[in-house]
Design a protein around this ligand. Structure first.
Ligand code: SF4
Length: 277
C-alpha cells in the first residue's frame, strides 16, 4: 500500500502563528486564558490544557491581572478594550489577514459606507469584524439574501476570510447593479481554498482518503464532503488510534488530508503508523 499526503494540508499560517504565540506565553506565564477555544481540535486543546491553558467564554471569566490570549479569529474592539483593562498581559494571536478585515471594515464605516460583510453572522471572526463598524451594516451568506428590489446609495463590501471566492463574486456582481456607489475589498484568504483544492487533486489519484481533524471543525467537515462527493471512500478521524485498520485492507493507495486546525504532531503520528504498516 502506498500513501500520499495532500499538499498543502493541516495548519494554516494564521493558526500556526497563533498557537506558537500561545505556547510561548504558556512557557513564560504558566497559566494563560484564551477567549474561546484557541483551535477546533480536541486533542490539541487537551495538550494545551495540560500545560496551563484555561478557556474563558467571556472577558469576565478571565482572572484579573492574569495572562490572556486572543485566538486567530480575533475579537471586536470593545472586547479588546475590556480585555486590556482586565488582564495583566494580552498576547494577541489575531491572524494578520483578519486584522486587515478589521481595518477595512473600520475605514469603510468611517467613510460613511453601509458595510456589507459576506459570512456567517454567528462566526466569531464575523462578530469581531462587526465590532469595528460604527455605522450601518448587514451580514449576508449569499447573494440570494439580497432583496431584488433593494437599492443602496453607498455600499462597502468585504468578506469573512474563509468564504468561497465564487460566492463573494456573485454577491458583488449583484450589489453592483443595486448600488449608486460601491467599494469592494477582497478579504478572502486562500489558505482554506488551497486545502480544498489539494484534497480534490489527491482524491482523483487514490482509492481511499483519511481526513484527520476535529469533529467540531467546519473546514475539516468540508474536506470530508469534498472527498465523498468525488466518490472516494473516506474515513474521518480525530487521532490515529481511530483508524479502522481493516478499512485499509485491499486498498493500494491511501490519501491523507488534514483540516486547517490539525497540528503537525497529529499528522506525523498518523503517517508514522501508516509507514510502519
Ligand atoms: S484561514 Fe487565513 S485568515 Fe484564517 S487564520 Fe488561517 S491564514 Fe488567517
Amino acid at each position: 500500500m502506498n500513501f500520499v499526503v495532500a499538499n498543502p494540508t493541516g495548519l494554516c499560517f494564521g493558526v500556526r502563528r497563533a498557537i506558537g504565540m500561545l505556547e510561548e506565553a504558556l512557557g513564560r506565564y504558566g497559566e494563560v486564558y484564551s477567549l474561546g477555544s484557541p483551535i477546533h481540535n480536541p486533542p490539541e486543546v487537551e495538550r494545551l490544557v495540560n500545560i496551563g491553558l484555561k478557556i474563558a467564554d467571556c472577558v469576565s471569566d478571565v482572572t484579573e491581572g492574569s495572562a490572556a490570549f486572543i485566538r486567530a479569529h480575533g475579537i471586536s474592539r470593545a472586547e479588546r478594550d475590556d480585555l486590556n483593562s482586565r488582564a495583566g498581559v494580552v498576547v494577541d494571536g489575531t491572524c494578520p489577514f483578519v486584522r486587515i478585515a478589521h481595518e477595512r471594515a473600520e475605514s469603510l464605516s468611517k467613510e460613511g459606507y453601509r458595510v456589507v460583510v459576506l459570512g456567517d453572522p454567528e462566526h466569531p471572526e464575523v462578530r469581531g469584524i462587526l465590532g469595528y463598524i460604527n455605522g450601518e451594516y448587514m451580514v449576508i451568506s449569499s447573494e440570494e439574501e439580497i432583496g431584488a428590489d433593494a437599492r443602496y446609495e453607498r455600499l462597502g463590501i468585504l468578506s469573512q476570510t474563509t468564504q468561497r471566492e465564487a460566492t463573494f463574486a456573485a454577491a458583488v456582481s449583484r450589489l453592483v447593479l443595486q448600488s449608486g456607489e460601491i467599494k469592494v475589498y477582497n478579504t478572502i484568504c486562500r489558505a482554506t481554498i488551497e486545502r480544498q483544492e489539494s484534497i480534490m487533486r489527491m482524491s482523483a489519484a487514490v482509492d481511499g482518503v483519511i481526513v484527520l481533524g476535529g469533529r467540531n471543525s467546519a473546514n475539516t467537515r468540508k474536506l470530508v464532503e469534498i472527498a465523498e462527493s468525488l466518490g472516494v471512500p473516506t474515513l474521518w478521524i480525530e487521532r490515529s488510534d481511530e483508524v479502522d485498520w481493516g478499512w485499509l485492507s485491499g486498498r493500494e493507495s491511501i490519501g491523507v488530508a488534514a483540516g486547517g486546525s490539525t497540528p503537525d504532531w497529529l499528522i506525523k503520528d498518523l503517517t508514522g503508523k501508516l509507514k510502519r504498516l
